[in-house]
Design a protein. Structure first.
Length: 318
C-alpha cells in the first residue's frame, strides 16, 4: 500500500464531494449525478485499493426537486468502516456544541496534497468557465481557504483569489494554463468538459505551421510592448524592429515548448517564464504579421503577456 497515494486520494475526495460519517467508526460516502457515473466508478476504483467497500456498490438514489418538479438520479458509493477512516474523521471534523464542522487538517494536507488531490478536487467540485477556473470550498473557514490558496501558490506557483461566493477563483490566463496543464493527464475522459487542453494543442500546432512557412510577410503592423528600461534604452534611436522580429522567430523556433507533448513539462515551462517585469518602459515596434500571429498564439497557449514573450526573446540573444 502506498501511503502517499492513499492519503492524496482521500484529501482530494474530502475537498470535493466526499464526506465522512461516524457513529462508532467512520465510513466514506461520495455522491455524483448519474450522468457522471463513469467518473464516480473511476473514483471508486482508485479508492477501493485502499478503502474497504461492500459488494453491493453503488447505490442509485432518486430525489424530487421541489423547485422544478423533476426527478433526478444520483449515484452513491459508501465504504465500510475502517480504522484509517476513523482517524481521518478525527482530523477533518470537529464537534462544536451541537454542530459538526468540517475543517482542513493543515499538517496532513500540507504533507500529502499533490497533483492527484488537486485533480480529484477539481473534477468533483470545480468548474471551467472559459475565463475562470473555480474550486468550491465554501464550507471551510476563511483561514482554511487561505491555506488552500497557499498550497496552490507554494507547491505549484498558481495564484488565485477568493470570489464573492467564497470560492477559489483562478482567473489570470497564465494561472489557468498552469493549472490545467498540471493536471491534464489525471482528468478522466468523462470530465473533458473541464479540460480545454485539446484546444490549446490546436493552437500549438498552428504556431508550428506558421513557423514552417518560408519567407517573411510583407504585411506589418505596429504594436507596443513593455520591457525593462535596461533593454529599451539601448534600442532607442536604432532600427530595432527588424532585430526584434528576428529575435522573436529565432527564440520561438529554438524553444522546445512547441515540441513538448507532456503537459506537465508545458506547465513547468510556463512557471519558468512567468515573471513580473519591473520598471517597464513602453517600446513601439513594427512587427511582421506572421511574427505577430505567432506571438498572439503563443500568448494564448501559455497565458503569458506578449511583453513577457518579447522580453525572453531578447534576453535569449544576449
Amino acid at each position: 500500500m502506498s501511503l502517499l497515494e492513499r492519503n492524496s486520494l482521500i484529501i482530494g475526495k474530502l475537498l470535493g464531494d466526499g464526506s465522512l460519517s461516524k457513529k462508532r467508526s467512520a465510513r466514506l460516502v461520495f455522491t455524483h449525478a448519474f450522468s457522471d457515473k463513469a467518473y464516480a466508478d473511476h473514483c471508486y476504483r482508485l479508492l477501493s485499493m485502499y478503502i474497504p467497500f461492500g459488494k453491493t456498490q453503488p447505490y442509485e438514489k432518486k430525489y424530487l426537486d421541489s423547485r422544478t418538479g423533476r426527478i433526478y438520479r444520483r449515484i452513491q458509493y459508501q465504504s465500510r468502516v475502517s480504522p484509517f477512516l476513523t482517524k481521518m474523521y478525527g482530523l477533518w471534523y470537529l464537534k462544536n456544541q451541537k454542530r459538526i464542522i468540517k475543517l482542513i487538517p493543515h499538517d496532513f494536507v500540507g504533507t500529502y496534497f499533490n497533483r492527484v488531490s488537486l485533480a480529484l478536487w477539481y473534477q468533483d467540485d470545480g468548474a471551467f468557465k472559459g475565463e475562470r477556473i473555480i474550486l468550491s470550498c465554501e464550507c471551510f473557514s476563511d483561514k482554511d481557504k487561505q491555506f488552500l490558496q497557499h498550497i496552490l501558490r507554494d507547491k505549484y506557483k498558481i495564484n488565485s483569489q477568493i470570489d464573492c461566493q467564497g470560492r477559489i477563483d483562478i482567473s489570470k490566463r497564465s494561472e489557468m494554463r498552469k493549472f490545467i496543464f498540471l493536471i491534464h493527464d489525471l482528468i478522466h475522459p468523462s470530465m473533458e468538459r473541464k479540460d480545454n487542453t485539446s484546444d490549446l494543442f490546436k493552437i500549438k500546432n498552428s504556431i508550428k505551421e506558421r513557423l514552417n512557412k518560408k519567407g517573411s510577410s510583407r504585411c506589418k503592423s505596429r504594436t507596443t510592448v513593455y520591457l525593462p528600461d535596461c533593454l529599451v534604452s539601448p534600442l532607442r534611436g536604432t532600427p530595432y524592429s527588424r532585430k526584434i522580429n528576428q529575435s522573436i522567430i529565432k527564440w520561438i523556433s529554438n524553444s522546445n515548448l512547441l515540441d513538448k507533448t507532456d503537459c506537465v513539462q508545458i506547465y513547468k515551462w510556463i512557471v519558468q517564464h512567468d515573471v513580473v517585469i519591473d520598471q517597464r518602459a513602453p517600446l513601439t515596434i513594427t512587427i511582421d504579421t506572421e511574427v505577430n500571429d505567432c506571438l498572439n498564439l503563443l500568448s494564448l497557449l501559455t497565458g503569458l503577456e506578449k511583453s513577457a514573450l518579447v522580453y525572453y526573446s531578447l534576453i535569449s540573444g544576449i
